[in-house]
Design a protein around this ligand. Structure first.
Ligand code: ZN
Length: 312
């Protein structure tokens, strides 16, 4: 049994059919966590969908209306790069509800993980790059609205820059955003996060980890958040079809452990979301995401008491 909750819903599957985005991965990760004995069924919580009010704290009324009523233009659907359906919209509202719940449980238990979410390319008035609504931003705004947090940090290690996060939180002194991504990759242009780290093509574990550590050190020196949202993209993997970095599965687990170590040592609760992952073999993407949960379990085992006492 895990010392924190995993948030999952079978409705997370975006039902994309044959698509480079393997949205069946959510179910596969859940199954693998159970089969490997990392988690038991009692570790899982099922989220409610976010309310429209929650989504409207981040997204424009016009965009939400178009999503809910199926009136996006052809160009708007092309930009999302996922086929529009009512089921897609339901899955995205659920993922956002899952990230809200992960944030709440993270504050209560010190750690929590949404086995979904991390849709960091979604912008206030449009979706793009497989991202329809920005679940993490919806969660942060809801937690602020509830008075549960004032300040949050977003650490994003997906291989693609978190342009939606940057646009939504640009100029907001209460939200600190760190994005570590491949420079020569989507999106273009890259609006400014608090810290953007443009990585050269093809870097491997050792170089990546030393750059990450330097910027985590800086981020936690600059800013003391009430909660950390971690977007643990699986796509810096060397066999990713949409990424151009060269991390190994073991290197990615070390990346996660490094982020968690900084959070733990600074007494900051953590809410994890998954973000991208497009390995040639879906099993590799699943293994990387399972590695993130395992790294969180190991970090939580060292720190539950301290983070809990801070959260109370
Ligand atoms: Zn990505």
């Amino acid at each position: 049994m895990l010392p924190f909750k995993l948030i999952y819903h079978e409705g997370y599957d975006l039902n994309l059919g044959a698509h480079v985005f393997p949205s069946q991965k959510y179910r596969m990760i859940r199954d693998k966590l159970l089969v490997n004995g990392v988690a038991t069924s009692e570790d899982f919580l099922s989220p409610e969908p976010a309310s429209d009010e929650d989504v409207l704290r981040v997204h424009s009324q016009e965009y939400v209306y178009k999503l809910k009523n199926g009136t996006l233009s052809h160009a708007e659907i092309l930009r999302m790069e996922v086929p529009y359906s009512k089921k897609l919209v339901e899955a995205c509202w659920l993922a956002a509800g899952g990230s809200i719940l992960a944030g709440r449980r993270g504050l209560e238990d010190g750690w929590a993980a949404n086995i979904g979410g991390g849709f960091h390319h979604a912008c206030p008035d449009h979706g793009e790059g497989f991202c329809v609504i920005h679940d993490v931003a919806v969660a942060i705004r809801r937690l602020q609205f509830d008075g549960a947090i004032e300040r949050a940090m977003v650490v994003d290690t997906d291989v693609h820059q978190g342009n939606g996060t940057a646009v939504i939180f640009g100029g907001d002194a209460d939200i600190y955003t760190l994005s570590l991504h491949q420079e020569h990759n989507y999106p273009f242009p890259k609006p400014s996060s608090t810290i953007d780290v443009d990585l050269p093509d093809g870097i491997g574990d050792e170089q990546y980890l030393s750059i990450l550590e330097k910027h985590l050190h800086q981020a936690f020196h600059d800013f003391a958040p009430d909660l950390l949202f971690y977007l643990a993209g699986a796509d810096p993997y060397r066999e990713d079809q949409l990424g151009g970095l060269a991390l190994s599965i073991e290197g990615l687990a070390k990346r996660d452990a490094l982020v968690f170590d900084y959070a733990r040592r600074n007494g900051v609760p953590v809410a994890i979301t998954l973000a991208g992952g497009y390995a040639q073999r879906v099993a590799d993407t699943v293994a990387i995401h399972v590695g993130t949960i395992t790294a969180a379990r190991d970090a939580a085992g060292q720190s539950t008491d301290r983070v809990k006492s801070r959260a109370q």
